[in-house]
Design a protein around this ligand. Structure first.
Ligand code: NDP
Length: 255
């Protein structure tokens, strides 16, 4: 294994808001140069700007993780401007809920494509160069839904189980080659995903928005929402950790 690059280059998908934004800023504080990629160009631009304020190089990129050609272009653009990707954070994700009978194949497919196939395509695009340099980190933002089942989220749960499976299998394949592949599995976290679900629950059940948020927080074993900064802190720690590989790191609010 070679030692970590002085200033690793990190590519964070879905880095414009929520957990991804916190990860971008945490990795910038660790001294990484950062590529921030998602569909909303205003959000990735703003996050990259904030990261630059922390003294690192940062670029904003438009990316839909379901688009294989776009992934190829983005990875090439990062290589030209910042250098090869040392740290890939597969954070971009969607989470919609519906009773199973009300879902259709497009609903299923959307979750699998964004939450599982996207990370596969991105990892496939950056892994060979990591292995060549004998240093790399792949950090997958999965979910407690990658480990357990819950009602009304079959497609999301299947997609996150797929991401955990990818993590575990690939970790065994790269073991001893300087690259680690790990998954972080948070419970409900304080981001748009929860705010949007709470709005839907409130509209459907007559609960207030605050009651709906509280109910979701209560489903976490620690009875509280996860702070995106907690997820980011784990991601930042993994950069310096050569030994942890193939793990599913749970953040369920009991910590
Ligand atoms: P947000 O909705 O705030 O962020 C999701 C991010 O993913 C956005 O930046 C969004 O950007 C991006 N994204 C979505 N679809 C695509 C796409 N097709 N291509 C590129 N980027 C995309 O939610 P969170 O911050 O909460 O979610 C981040 C990750 O954390 C997700 O993988 C989620 O499943 C996971 N997670 C979240 C939990 C929660 O309760 N909040 C709990 C457990 C895990 P844009 O729309 O601009 O493309």
């Amino acid at each position: 294994m070679t030692s970590a690059p002085g200033q690793p280059v990190a590519l964070v998908t879905g880095g414009g808001r929520g957990i991804g934004r916190e990860i971008v800023l945490a990795l910038a504080r660790e001294g990484c140069n950062i590529a921030v990629a998602a569909r909303s160009s205003d959000q990735v631009t703003a996050t990259a700007e904030t990261a630059r304020g922390l003294g690192v190089q940062a670029m904003a990129l438009a990316l839909d993780v379901t688009d294989a050609e776009m992934i190829t272009r983005v990875v090439a653009a990062v290589g030209t401007r910042l250098g090869p990707v040392d740290v890939l954070v597969n954070n971009a994700g969607i989470a919609e809920s519906a009773p199973f009978a009300k879902t259709d194949p497009a609903f299923w497919d959307r979750h699998l494509r964004v939450n599982a196939t996207g990370p596969y395509l991105l990892t496939r695009a950056v892994l060979p160069a990591m292995l060549e340099r004998r240093w790399g980190r792949v950090i997958n933002i999965a979910s407690l839904a990658g480990l357990y089942g819950a009602p009304y989220v079959a497609a999301y749960t299947a997609s996150k189980h797929a991401l955990v499976g990818l993590t575990k299998a690939l970790a065994t394949e790269v073991s001893g080659k300087g690259v680690t592949v790990n998954a972080i599995c948070p419970g409900f976290a304080a981001t748009d995903i929860v705010w949007n679900s709470a709005r839907n629950i409130a509209a459907r059940t007559g609960k207030s928005f605050e009651e709906a948020v509280e109910a979701m927080a209560h489903l976490n074993p620690g009875r509280r929402l996860i702070d995106p900064a907690e997820v980011a802190a784990v991601a930042a720690k993994l950069i310096h950790d050569d030994a942890t590989n193939g793990e599913t790191i749970v953040l369920d609010g009991t910590q």
